[in-house]
Design a protein around this ligand. Structure first.
Ligand SMILES: [Zn+2]
Length: 100
């Protein structure tokens, strides 16, 4: 499965799908700057957006603010859920707003 890299404020972040620890759906590797998802996980799109949130979090230095990991998890999960639930509407609105 070939997925496109994200550009997160100048970081080129590949998205990889492979067999990983079965207890994980995915993770963001801040050292390698890559998103890794379990190839057999359910809801891969949701997982990708959750890990995208972690990537933005690290890229913007939010990991240096002292906000606990548990709070980071809640924030990125809420954004991932809202994004996934409204993805079609976001795409439609983007297309509509960009019409001339
Ligand atoms: Zn997480």
């Amino acid at each position: 499965m070939k997925l496109k890299k994200f550009n997160i404020f100048g970081w080129s972040v590949p998205v990889l799908c492979m067999v990983i620890d079965e207890n994980l759906h995915g993770f963001f590797d801040s050292a390698k700057k890559e998103i890794v998802m379990h190839k057999n996980a359910d809801e891969k799109f949701h997982t990708m957006m959750h890990e995208f949130g972690h990537a933005v979090w690290f890229r913007t230095g939010m990991n240096q603010t002292g906000i606990p990991i548990s709070m980071q998890e809640i924030i990125v999960e809420n954004f991932a859920s809202a994004f996934v639930e409204n993805f079609n509407e976001i795409c439609y609105n983007k297309k509509t707003l960009e019409k001339k």
